[in-house]
Design a protein around this ligand. Structure first.
Ligand SMILES: [Zn+2]
Length: 290
């Protein structure tokens, strides 16, 4: 009886062991499966991450391409095919320009290579400085509007004569030559802007008279409209080196009188300077029918 009981117990234990082994086996399988699944999941995640990275890279590439396209388009839109040569009148008072040069191609009339210009009676701002500041701002504005711009000078130290400026303007591809100046008078009550242009009788640039007048008119009118400065009209000048050496329509804008309190202080004001620049640029647009 004892043996039988023992055998039964052994059988029962063996059965239990088998069950345990089976459970262990299943557990093992599950573990392996879990491990497999984990690996798969990880791989999937990695793949997804890679895909995301790829997608991100592609997106950035596409954006960059689109940006480049947009920039190219904008550039193409911006370039309008016209070149404006700007001459900021005069140069620093320390630059010696007293040497002489012919006042026109082949002329025996000699004139100083350039003069120093006037200065603000109230602001003390030298004309060459005002001319340069307005011209540099005008360059930016015109470039923003799609023009290519040629500058005769971009600082106050450059020693370049009036004839050399005019030659540079057309040699570097200028379609028009815009000379920026400010006026001075012994009479401090005189104020307003005026334009200077060659006459039809000019021996050197008479053939440019009509287009120069139209250019002068466009710029002076738009300038006065934008700034509210008085319009003193257009003067003919055939004795100016910087006009006579030109081969493209040429104009001088005398922006205002630095010897007049209103004009001098107004031209020193940043908000007014912005209007001055916009006015000149509007005149250039108008000249080219834009
Ligand atoms: Zn001047």
């Amino acid at each position: 009886m004892q043996i039988e009981e023992a055998n039964q117990k052994i059988a029962a234990l063996e059965s239990e062991i088998q069950k345990i082994e089976k459970v262990q086996k299943t557990a093992g399988q599950t573990e392996a499966e879990t491990a497999k699944q984990q690996t798969e999941t990880e791989t999937k995640i990695e793949t997804e991450t890679e895909t995301e990275t790829q997608t991100e890279t592609e997106r950035v590439q596409i954006e960059t391409e689109q940006q480049t396209e947009t920039e190219t388009e904008t550039e193409q839109k911006q370039e309008n095919g016209f070149t404006v040569a700007i001459d900021p009148g005069h140069q620093g008072s320390w630059v010696d320009m007293s040497a002489q040069e012919p006042s026109a191609p082949g002329s025996t009339v000699m004139k100083a290579k350039a003069t120093t210009g006037t200065a603000g009676s109230f602001t003390q701002i030298p004309e060459y400085e005002l001319n340069l500041d307005i011209s540099l701002a005008l360059q930016t504005e015109l470039e923003n509007r799609g023009y290519r711009v040629v500058m005769t000078r971009t600082d106050n130290d450059t020693a370049i004569s009036n004839a050399e400026r005019a030659v540079k303007a057309y040699e570097e591809g200028g379609d028009i030559y815009v000379r920026i100046h400010a006026n001075g008078s012994e009479d401090s009550s005189v104020s307003g802007a005026l334009g200077m242009t060659p006459s039809y009788d000019n021996a050197y640039v008479g053939h440019l008279a009509e287009e120069s007048y139209r250019l002068t008119d466009c710029i002076l009118s738009a300038y006065c409209q934008e700034t509210g400065f008085g319009d003193l009209g257009i003067q003919y000048h055939d004795d100016m080196t910087g006009i006579n050496w030109s081969q493209i329509p040429v104009t001088i804008l005398e922006m205002g009188f630095m010897t007049n309190e209103h004009d001098d202080t107004a031209m020193a004001d940043e908000a007014m300077r912005q209007k001055m620049v916009m006015g000149i640029a509007n005149g250039v647009d108008q000249y080219f029918g834009r």
